[in-house]
Design a protein around this ligand. Structure first.
Ligand SMILES: [Fe+2]
Ligand SMILES: [Fe+2]
Length: 284
């Protein structure tokens, strides 16, 4: 069983990075740096961006009001909470990507290694994939939700910190993201059990994101030595607490995470991962 916080020997780190690079080329196809697009993922998006044949009902006024500023005291049906959570969950990551893109681009050109740049472009697809859920409710959300100002300042700061500091933080953030997406996946099956077609559509989207995130976690593990792992472990609960209020819909839905030891262990043991994810993900 993979122990997420066990450091890898230098040889295994090199091997894993090389294997991940190959994996990304197979999964994503060619990278267009200028357009920030991945050939195969663009083709895949066409399927997600096609709404289901039958539109689902939604209280649009309530959606718009809660999207703009969520109020936990306003009665909100679980299905609407789930939709809000899905269109907002990637807010911090989407903002982070815009902040780090240039720095990672420069590093990629300097080292002639497109691995991390490809990974960052994958993140932009997560936002699009998750936002596309709203199309089946006749709602078009075109831009990622903007995280609160304090968090934006923090993320922008992290983007300029040296890799020695930012890498452990990135690993912690990827693990946290994985826990959130897995919680949302389990919640979505429960909330949408009356609507198997929509439930499967949401599950497919979340599985696609989770598959990528397992690769991101593995990549960041391969970039770290023992000191970095120790830092990531300390940072994880701090980041989890810091981020927990950013998308209050997730908490209201009962899908919040404080990354308990059990959640970490279940991630590593693949106990909670859908079979299709285990089959297609890069996990090391
Ligand atoms: Fe992501
Ligand atoms: Fe990620």
């Amino acid at each position: 069983m993979l122990d997420i916080f066990r450091p890898l020997p230098p040889e295994a780190r090199r091997e894993n990075l090389a294997a991940y690079q190959k994996f990304l080329i197979d999964r994503d196809g060619a990278l267009d740096i200028e357009k920030q697009q991945l050939e195969r993922r663009e083709a895949g998006m066409r399927r997600y961006e096609k709404p289901l044949p039958r539109m689902r009902d939604v209280d649009l006024d309530l959606f718009n009001a809660q999207y703009a500023s969520f109020d936990a005291n306003v009665a909100t049906p679980p299905e609407l909470l789930l939709l809000l959570a899905l269109v907002k969950v990637n807010a911090a990551e989407a903002f982070g990507v815009t902040q780090v893109f240039e720095a990672i681009h420069r590093r990629a050109v300097k080292n002639n290694d497109m691995c991390e740049l490809t990974l960052v472009v994958e993140e932009t697809y997560h936002t699009r994939i998750l936002l596309s859920t709203a199309l089946s409710y006749g709602v078009e959300v075109t831009a990622p939700y903007k995280p609160p100002a304090a968090l934006r300042t923090l993320i922008a700061g992290v983007a300029y910190t040296p890799e020695l500091v930012s890498r452990p933080l990135t690993l912690a953030a990827e693990i946290l993201g994985l826990c959130s997406f897995l919680n949302l996946l389990e919640k979505s099956r429960e909330v949408l059990r009356h609507d198997p077609e929509l439930r499967d559509g949401v599950e497919e989207r979340l599985c696609e994101v989770i598959t990528d995130e397992l690769g991101h976690m593995s990549f960041n593990r391969a970039c770290l030595g023992p000191a970095g792992f120790a830092q990531a472990r300390v940072l994880l609960p701090i980041v989890a607490r810091g981020i927990s209020g950013v998308v209050p819909e997730i908490r209201a839905l009962g899908a919040g995470t404080l990354v308990s030891d059990d959640e970490i262990t279940s991630l590593a043991s693949c106990r909670r991962l859908p079979e299709q994810v285990v089959r297609s993900a890069f996990l090391s």
